[in-house]
Design a protein around this ligand. Structure first.
Ligand SMILES: [Zn+2]
Ligand SMILES: [Zn+2]
Length: 255
């Protein structure tokens, strides 16, 4: 039997997800490319092993390019990134303090590479922590994942994913033989207005966000694979990207 998933495990999974997609947000804006889908070709351990210095340098360059860009969406994305850097630092700081470890140095700029904080928070969560601290940490990582999903939605909303659905195989009325790319990123609540005084609800910390991947084909996966349904189509929250990618790989490896 597998051991039960603890609150600390869930927070660690959140932190890994954030680390894995952080670069995508920044890079996608820099190159203006549609590359929302990436197969999980590396493990979390491999991510940790990447040369930290080269990575920090690349991060700096990316952020510079992002800031220099004239596209209007980039300013809000930069704000979200700055929030996340601060959140990552705060989390790493308090988790270290709670177990009497040396606390990390504050970020050098609002856009410093957050990866060391994410890794340090992960490490502290594997140590015996007070249950209240763990539950606080999970609240923090959940909120960070929501912010991250929002950033991804800003970058990717409406875009197709370059992948064939493992359940319907891209069968649509236009492509009865299959093969269509039917997955799309959707901001399901994007049309609503904010009641908290923000001009754009996507940047409101209080408004609910629902960013999903929808299969727009004629698609009916077995119930256990469906997160939820939207207008008759199965959809999955955007933070399940990794899980979805694994399902695709799993099906491909059997063909
Ligand atoms: Zn499908
Ligand atoms: Zn709001």
């Amino acid at each position: 039997m597998e051991p039960p998933v603890t609150l600390a495990d869930r927070a660690i999974a959140d932190l890994r997800w954030i680390a894995a997609y952080w670069d995508d947000i920044a890079e996608s804006r820099m190159h203006g490319t549609a590359r929302p889908w990436r197969q999980p070709t590396f493990t979390a351990e491999q991510v940790a092993e990447r040369d930290a210095e080269a990575r920090a340098e690349r991060w700096d360059r990316t952020i510079e390019a992002l800031g220099a860009s004239p596209a209007p969406v980039r300013v809000p994305v930069l704000d979200l990134i700055a929030d996340l850097v601060l959140d990552a630092y705060t989390l790493a700081y308090h988790l270290a303090e709670a177990v009497l470890c040396p606390v990390p140095a504050p970020p050098s700029t609002a856009f410093a590479d957050p990866t060391p904080y994410l890794h340090s928070a992960q490490a502290r969560l594997t140590e015996p922590q007070d249950p209240d601290t763990i539950s606080w940490a999970l609240d923090q990582t959940r909120a960070m994942v929501a912010t991250m999903a929002r950033s991804l939605a800003l970058v990717y909303d409406g875009q197709s994913l370059d992948v064939e659905c493992p359940w319907c195989h891209g069968v649509t009325p236009e492509t009865p033989a299959g093969g269509a790319k039917t997955w799309r990123v959707r901001d399901l609540l994007g049309g609503r207005t904010c009641k908290h005084g923000q001009p754009d609800r996507r940047f409101c910390g209080e408004c609910e966000q629902l960013i999903v991947i929808v299969c727009e084909g004629v698609c009916e996966p077995p119930q256990r694979y469906v997160g939820t349904w939207w207008r008759g189509h199965p959809c999955w929250p955007v933070y399940e990207w990794d899980w979805l990618a694994k399902q695709v790989q799993h099906v491909e490896s059997r063909c």
